[in-house]
Design a protein around this ligand. Structure first.
Ligand SMILES: Cc1ncc(COP(=O)(O)O)c(C=O)c1O
Length: 391
């Protein structure tokens, strides 16, 4: 039987045992079905998905319903993306205080992260990432054959970037001159935000190096002021080695529209990313809904307030469980560990109760002991707390 002849890059990635797209929702779904069958569970609670538990703004859902009820709905669906993208571009540019041509769109930020790696990295290049961090940064860099440099965040400082972290970073930057520094702010899985002055110092320090600094603000809306953005792209405008990522998947509650964007002032990099992108990465329907979501920025304020309330409440509840260590966070995800169980055991015990959580990427001590949860609604968080108390 004829088989596809894979290229060298793919073969090398296979030999390094790098996993790409593994149909992760199917895997999780299979596990959910197994648990329901094995443990006779009626309700499954998903704390493993970093999404807004309250969904999107009701007006966005109403808009979707309205569109589907129009006589010409079939005509809307026939369209390749067109004029709506210019509206979205102008609106976002206006809100971020940037020029519209500084924006690039993709099917979720995850796709953009892959496009950046494909545009820039080659074998033996170095990339720098703080650890723990969003696993996709390492994954896409590994696929390109890059060497991964880890800057460890310390549990004693609550996984924050401290002055000492900054000093260690400077030493590594000088020594290795990585091609990309990947930083999520707030960080996934720790939920911690980096202080503005530290971020500014990272950018000041790298400004004269051939190093691209990617600041992934996927959870950035949890830090923004009402009706606006507090993005590093505004604090340090037009820095050419800075690229910022944002998404509609998190606080906007629109992960299913698969819409992310990048902000960069490097025209060369923009052109390279466009070269690797497909012609229409995002559907017209997604763009329409994103445009509509931007008309309801007050929903983000509600989300922020509700997240703060639920996080405080969960931290307060779990204080009464001495065998639990819960790390405070600046957004909707946080890390915790059990003093008697390692992370694999704790996740299995919770799964048997119908509660799904995430592992921390890697194989170091932090990954072995901590798990990540993405907060749900009050009722769900209460169930998680009650179960953690009994474990
Ligand atoms: C830091 C970070 N960046 C990007 C993403 C991917 O977001 P998107 O849905 O836009 O692909 C996630 C999702 O968990 C994330 O945590």
């Amino acid at each position: 039987m004829p088989i596809a002849r894979l290229n060298i890059a793919t073969k090398k990635a296979f030999s390094r045992q790098i996993r790409g797209y593994t149909d992760s929702e199917k895997t999780a779904h299979d596990r959910v079905c197994e648990i329901i069958a094995e443990c006779n569970i009626k309700e499954i609670l998903r704390f493993d998905l970093g999404q807004n538990p309250n969904g999107c703004a009701p007006e966005v859902a109403e808009k979707l319903q309205y569109l589907s009820e129009q006589n010409d709905a079939h005509l809307i669906l026939k369209n390749y993306p067109g004029p709506e993208i210019s509206n979205l571009r102008d609106k976002l540019a206006n809100m971020h205080g940037i020029s519209p041509d500084q924006l690039l769109f993709s099917a979720g930020t995850e796709q953009m992260i892959g496009l950046i790696a494909r545009s820039i990295l080659e074998e033996k290049d170095s990339i720098l990432v703080n650890r723990p961090s969003f696993f996709v940064f390492e994954n896409v860099s590994n696929k390109m054959g890059a060497h991964i440099l880890h800057l460890d965040l310390n549990v004693d400082s609550g996984f924050n970037w401290t002055e000492q972290t900054l000093e260690r970073f400077k030493v590594m930057q000088k020594q290795y001159i990585p091609k990309i520094i990947w930083i999520a702010n707030p960080n996934n899985p720790t939920g911690q935000a980096i202080a503005d002055d530290i971020l500014e110092e990272i950018l000041r320090f790298t400004a004269n190096y051939p190093t691209l600094v990617v600041i992934d603000e996927a959870y950035g809306e949890y830090l923004d002021p009402p009706n606006g953005f507090k993005s590093i792209s505004q604090i340090v405008p037009n820095q050419r080695n800075l690229l910022v990522l944002r998404t509609f998947s998190k606080a906007y509650g629109l992960a299913s529209i698969r819409l992310g964007y990048a902000i960069t002032s490097d025209e060369n990099l923009s052109a390279a990313i466009r070269l690797h992108s497909n012609a229409y990465p995002v559907s017209e329907l997604s763009i329409m809904l994103a445009n509509f979501a931007l008309n309801h920025m007050d929903y983000l304020e509600q989300t922020r307030q509700e997240t703060i309330r639920c996080r405080k409440q969960f931290l307060e509840w779990t204080k009464s469980i001495p065998k639990l260590e819960v790390i405070n966070s600046d957004c909707s995800i946080l890390m915790l560990k059990h003093k008697h169980y390692d992370s694999i055991t704790l996740r299995r015990l919770l799964e048997k109760l119908g509660i799904f959580t995430s592992s921390i990427p890697g194989s170091d001590e932090i990954a072995k002991s901590f798990i990540r949860i993405s907060l749900g609604r009050e009722r769900e968080n209460r169930i998680l707390y009650e179960q953690l108390r009994c474990i």
